[in-house]
Design a protein around this ligand. Structure first.
Ligand code: C2E
Ligand code: MG
Ligand code: MG
Ligand code: MG
Length: 277
């Protein structure tokens, strides 16, 4: 378990103890200030029912509106947040923000939207996530059934004690559990048997090569069939072309996400784009 915990992870090449400590202290302060100054925000990317074309929800994606460097993608700071432990603060604040947004959006709708939130292994290692989610959603008066936590295969691979138990309690609350970037790890089938997942997201590295790659066609079709046979929701990510949309719909994939339907955008734009749907 310790191996996959970024808090005890490998250091940078030739970085001395003192340098590493200073870097972590600086990054911790910067992220703390960012949270205090409300520079950490969430963008929303629509998820579409591929048979009706309707928006059924959104994935929340974190952004850092840096005062000097502008909007920063998660690739620039999530790893540092994990290393410093700030991901724990960031994750809780993010959940509260997305819960408040979901409550606001769903207030005037008869078809409730579902919101997916990415989580890091660190959060499950250092927090009782079922307790955290229960408390935060309670404080926001948000229905747990509106939310799905996305996890990656790599985090499910290490036998973190307590994770399975946390998953079961999250499921009892009504929270969905999704395997993000499905197919990029190497123990997918075993984990679907072990953990009480509700959804798989086919990685965009597969979707992006449709329909030209014969092997990706076979794999995607098999994953959709597998997911459906197991009673899981299947989401195809990274749909960029009409040909990909049509193909995935024809293969029976229920939900899609990607630039074809919409790029991640701020909450206000997301609501505006929903229009009358
Ligand atoms: P992910 O969960 O697999 O998110 C999908 C990424 O693909 C997003 O990048 C999104 O902007 C991008 N994407 C969506 N549709 C398309 C498309 O049609 N084509 C292409 N080329 N790309 C598309 P983003 O926002 O940079 O997020 C990167 C990763 O950062 C996410 O991958 C997720 O693992 C992580 N992440 C994002 N937000 C959070 C968060 O709040 N907490 C944690 N722990 N991780 C996060
Ligand atoms: Mg994701
Ligand atoms: Mg993904
Ligand atoms: Mg990804």
């Amino acid at each position: 378990a310790a191996k996959l915990d970024p808090l005890s992870g490998p250091r940078r090449f030739r970085e001395t103890d003192a340098e590493e400590a200073r870097r972590r202290v600086r990054m911790t302060h910067e992220l703390k200030a960012a949270l205090d100054n409300d520079e950490i925000v969430y963008h929303f990317q629509p998820q579409i029912d591929l048979t009706t074309g309707r928006c059924v929800g959104a994935e929340a994606l974190v952004r850092w509106n840096h005062p000097l460097f502008g909007s920063q993608l998660p690739g620039r700071f999530i790893h540092a947040a994990e290393q410093t432990g700030m991901i724990l603060n960031l994750g809780e604040r993010g959940l509260a923000a997305v819960a408040a947004f979901a409550r606001c959006v769903n207030a005037g709708r008869d078809r409730q939207l579902r919101f997916s939130i990415n989580t890091s292994a660190t959060e499950f290692l250092h927090r009782d996530m079922a307790e955290v989610v229960d408390r935060i959603l309670g404080e926001s008066s948000a229905d747990p059934r509106w939310f799905t936590l996305e996890l990656t295969e790599s985090m499910l691979l290490n036998d973190t004690p307590g994770v399975l138990d946390a998953f079961r309690r999250l499921r009892r609350l009504g929270v969905g559990l999704s395997v993000d970037d499905f197919g990029t790890g190497y123990s997918s089938l075993r984990l679907l048997e072990t953990f009480p997942m509700t959804e798989i997201k086919i990685d965009r590295s597969f979707v992006g090569e449709l329909p030209s790659s014969e092997s990706k066609m076979v794999i995607v079709r098999a994953v959709i069939d597998l997911g459906r046979a197991l009673g899981l929701t299947v989401v195809a990510e990274g749909i960029e072309t009409e040909a990909q949309r049509a193909l995935l719909a024809e293969m029976g994939c229920p939900i899609g996400q990607g630039y074809l339907f919409g790029r991640p955008c701020d909450g206000e734009s997301f609501v505006k784009n929903l229009g009358s749907q």
